[in-house]
Design a protein around this ligand. Structure first.
Ligand SMILES: NC(=O)c1ccc[n+]([C@@H]2O[C@H](COP(=O)([O-])OP(=O)(O)OC[C@H]3O[C@@H](n4cnc5c(N)ncnc54)[C@H](OP(=O)(O)O)[C@@H]3O)[C@@H](O)[C@H]2O)c1
Length: 249
């Protein structure tokens, strides 16, 4: 079998169209995960991803957002990173229109306990009605306050059943799923064998011990082989695109 070609490029030599093309999804149903990590494997610096990140990987981050039907994030990330309503720049919305997509993706928030504020902007100012993903056995008193501001996908017992959640998103026509973490959601997606792609930026920093890795929580029973599709370099960052599959496919 031929070894698939890996592309190595400097990000700032690529046009926006080339960056969009570099992240074309291989299949109509696709779940990609995007993270930034330090060179020594930390998912956070001072409790946030922001200090690991910069304009370079943000360019890719925005293209990935523009390409998805639904942006999935865990409540830990929504709270820590202070996620507001999902909005895109005029250029990104224009690109989506040119592709026949609605101007903005839907926001989906996964939570075990619904420990979020239904009055926060992520719900009340959302251009498209968000989706709250939670376990089916969560007491209705916890879920009820969200029904006015979000659709509720209640799947799993004691924890979100991510396979069922992904199926529910696809049933709504939300087939291109971008997950921005956090580490516990990613750990669950890996354990459930649901991650088709990992886009990870290796940031040129040593953070040291302490912070989480990009995947946490329940261990996976087996490793998922990945195939490297490209390496983009920008400002000492390595912006890597891995897709599910072995390197000799
Ligand atoms: N480096 C990066 O690119 C990056 C990306 C994203 C986040 N982060 C960082 O990661 C940190 C947050 O990490 P995290 O792992 O706590 O965030 P997370 O994965 O977004 O969310 C964890 C939350 O998800 C819920 N959860 C966890 N496991 C669950 C399960 N099995 N079923 C249902 N819900 C479940 C819980 O929600 P409830 O509390 O609502 O019960 C938990 O608090 C922040 O410091 C953030 O800055 C870094």
């Amino acid at each position: 079998m031929a070894v698939a070609e890996v592309v190595f490029r400097k990000l700032d030599e690529l046009t926006d169209d080339e960056v969009y093309a570099a992240y074309a999804p291989p299949e109509p149903d696709w779940l990609r995960v995007n993270f930034v990590a330090s060179a020594d494997g930390a998912a956070t610096l001072e409790g946030l991803s922001g200090p690991l990140s910069g304009a370079e990987d943000k360019r890719v981050f925005k293209v990935l957002r523009a390409r998805c039907d639904v942006l999935l994030a865990g409540s830990g990330t929504v709270r820590a990173e202070g996620y507001g309503p999902l909005v895109l720049s005029a250029e990104r919305m224009a690109w989506r229109r040119s592709q026949g997509l609605p101007e903005v993706p839907v926001m989906a928030i996964a939570t075990r306990t619904a420990s979020l504020d239904p009055a926060s902007g992520i719900f009340t100012e959302a251009p498209r009605r968000p989706i709250l993903i939670c376990p089916a056995d969560l007491p209705d008193s916890r879920v009820e306050p969200f029904r006015e501001v979000a659709d509720v996908v209640a799947v799993g017992t004691g924890a979100v059943d991510y396979a069922a959640a992904v199926a529910a998103l696809r049933e709504r026509g939300l087939r291109q799923i971008l997950c921005e973490g956090g580490p516990h959601v990613f750990g669950d997606l890996i354990a459930a064998g649901l991650a088709d792609e990992l886009d990870v930026t290796i940031s040129p920093k040593l953070v040291g011990a302490g912070p989480m890795r990009i995947a946490e929580g329940a261990p996976a029973e087996e490793a998922t082989p990945l195939r490297l599709r490209h390496v983009l370099e920008a400002g000492g960052n390595l912006i890597l695109r891995y897709v599910r599959g072995s390197s000799d496919e």
